[in-house]
Design a protein around this ligand. Structure first.
Ligand SMILES: Cc1cc2nc3c(=O)[nH]c(=O)nc-3n(C[C@H](O)[C@H](O)[C@H](O)COP(=O)(O)O)c2cc1C
Length: 331
């Protein structure tokens, strides 16, 4: 399948594996890229720019296909060494960067000078337009369904994507809630040039996370995610567990008096415990509603090929027959 996104990133399929904290290691990115999608290393999971440089080098040993690096601009008390991360991305010869969180404007001149294509992930049309204005090559439009941070507007993709199509000139991919071929076709119909998936890629053979995490996604239904940290204007969609239930109770009890310190226990330092040690009640971890559509753990290649092949089949064999035949010019 050829779209503006496959052309832009020089990839075989219009599928992106979004950056994911403690999931987007070189193994994940290389497996997605080797499957013909675009794999993405998560920059900030690497504690220092030097660690990220090593991760990029490791990924290059595992794939000769294009891959990207995610740089998430966090509302952190002490900002990570962003200039340092940008420097190793450029020096490492990475040609695609996925930015998220806040506007990447300050770093755009460096990315552009290095010939790097930037895809900015955002949850609203106004932020997508800003990304277009500052020179991003594409955007990833993340709907309310998504795992991770859906923003504060709560607009699901059925509305957000066609709104993005109305306003944007640069290509965009649909992100959030996507895991199968039907949804790829729907995304294309709504104006997107491809899809970005997070949660679905965690439940793959190659995802470098504990088996418990994959099983938790397979077991979960679409009813099992919760929104947390809304009161802090840092809403995150997570899979429910005992720590999340505790967190939600604290939020309800404290109301607008809630401070970050009140919920630190449930959110700080959680990812290594969940992703690497498989302690599934250790705290709140991002997971999308699409868990309800995930019932197996295929290889990345099986997953990507299934989605793209079935999508082509739906377009050719189901949708092609829907137009009224009396409109055919041959009749
Ligand atoms: C476990 C997990 C960790 C994530 N970490 C990040 C991150 O560090 N930076 C980022 O930009 N997005 C992050 N995301 C969001 C994904 O890149 C992607 O946008 C999102 O998962 C799409 O929604 P889906 O899970 O419904 O496919 C994370 C998602 C998950 C599930």
């Amino acid at each position: 399948m050829k779209t503006k996104i496959t052309e832009l990133f020089n990839i075989e399929h219009p599928v992106i594996q979004g950056g994911m904290h403690y999931v987007g290691f070189a193994e994940m990115a290389a497996a997605a890229s080797n499957a013909g999608a675009l794999g993405i290393i998560t920059g900030l999971t690497q504690k220092t720019p030097e660690d990220l440089a090593r991760e990029i080098a490791r990924c290059k040993e595992m794939t000769d296909k294009p891959f990207g690096v995610n740089l998430t601009f966090l509302p952190a008390f002490t900002a990570p060494d962003y200039p340092g991360y940008v420097k190793v991305i450029i020096e490492g010869g990475v040609k695609i960067v996925e930015t998220a969180g806040r506007s990447p404007e300050a770093y755009m001149p460096y990315f552009k000078e290095a010939g790097i294509k930037v895809i900015h992930k955002c949850t609203s049309v106004r932020h997508a337009l800003k990304a277009e204005k500052i020179g991003c090559d594409a955007v990833s439009v993340d709907g309310f369904e998504c795992g991770g941070h859906p923003g504060e507007d709560d607009i699901p993709n059925m509305i957000l994507l066609p709104r993005a199509a109305e306003e944007l000139s640069i290509p965009f991919v649909a992100s959030g809630g996507i895991g199968n071929a039907q949804q790829l076709v729907a995304a294309l119909a709504l104006g997107a040039e491809g899809i970005n998936m997070g949660t679905r890629f965690i439940a793959t053979e190659e995802a470098p996370v504990h088996e418990n995490v994959k099983q938790a996604i397979v077991q979960a239904t679409e009813l099992d995610t919760r929104l947390v940290m809304r009161g802090l204007k840092n809403t995150e969609r997570v899979l429910t567990n005992s720590a999340v239930e505790r967190l939600v109770e604290k939020e309800a009890a404290l109301g607008d008096k809630l401070k970050f310190e009140d919920i630190q226990e449930e959110v700080v330092g959680v990812y290594p415990k969940i992703m690497q040690d498989g302690e599934m009640d250790a705290g709140a971890w991002s997971c999308g509603m699409v868990a309800g559509l995930i019932s197996d753990i295929p290889s990345c290649k099986e997953l990507v090929e299934r989605i793209v092949n079935d999508a082509e089949d739906i377009i050719r064999n189901r949708l092609a027959h829907l137009p009224r035949s009396d409109l055919s010019p041959l009749k």
